[in-house]
Design a protein around this ligand. Sequence first.
Ligand code: LER
Ligand code: MN
Length: 273
Amino acid sequence: MKTALVISTSDAAFNSLAFKGDLVKGVEMAKRIGYDAVEIAIRDPDKVDRNQIKEVAVNLGIEVAAVGTGQAFLSEGLNLIDPDESVRNRTADRLKCHIDFASTFGAKVIIGFIRGSRKTRTFEQAAEIFSAQMRVIADYASSKNVTLVIEPLNRYEIDFLNTLEQTYRVVQIIDRNNVGILADTFHMNIEEADIQRSIRLVADRLYHFHIADSNRWAPGTGHYDFESTFRVLNDIGYNGYISVECLPLPDGTEHAAKIAYDTLQRLFKVFQR
Ligand code: LER
Ligand code: MN
């Protein structure tokens, strides 16, 4: 397993990020602490200088593990299941830009908030629209060697795809090898009846992993049971990234990123394959 830190630009509409600001400074900070990679949350990839980030990452010897897309939903309302077809089309176009950006780095693209809200539709109706959209986007991603990961989010953030099991069902309907699941300890702690069991259920499609403590502070500062989660990750042979997505708490950005990193190293010592 490898470590990553989620970073974003200072205008990010999403707060659960240890680092918000100049992306180059974020990459440098992650490297200074010891992370293997960064994960970059981006509203519009055309507004980011990918060559500059690529140059800094290559020079420092740090990877870009994944690209987050949720800000395009939070700031602009873009989403894949909007009742308005023109919004759905604009969302697909934006995700293609995220995929192009990710392909520069061999990074995954996250389908979190950008899936959209189910509203009054049934789960099956929303899943059908979503799956059709996802197949088109996944085939585009495949042509660029990019993998997509759908992230179950808790019910207080969105009303569609809250659990790993629901998301796994939809991944099977989409039926593309380059579409998998991103599990996040913060959301699982709210939604999963049995976290270990749920992780085992989706094991063959678990492609990425977010980590924060129960309070969404740095891992190691709350009461989430990381040992049992890492035991099952080890059992299923998970060897992807563990990406830290937490608030800059208890005491600011670099401190939170450092506590998280130290917590991961402690867990790796016990469970590293
Ligand atoms: C949102 O709560 C979250 O966990 C992000 O990773 C969404 O893309
Ligand atoms: Mn997350």
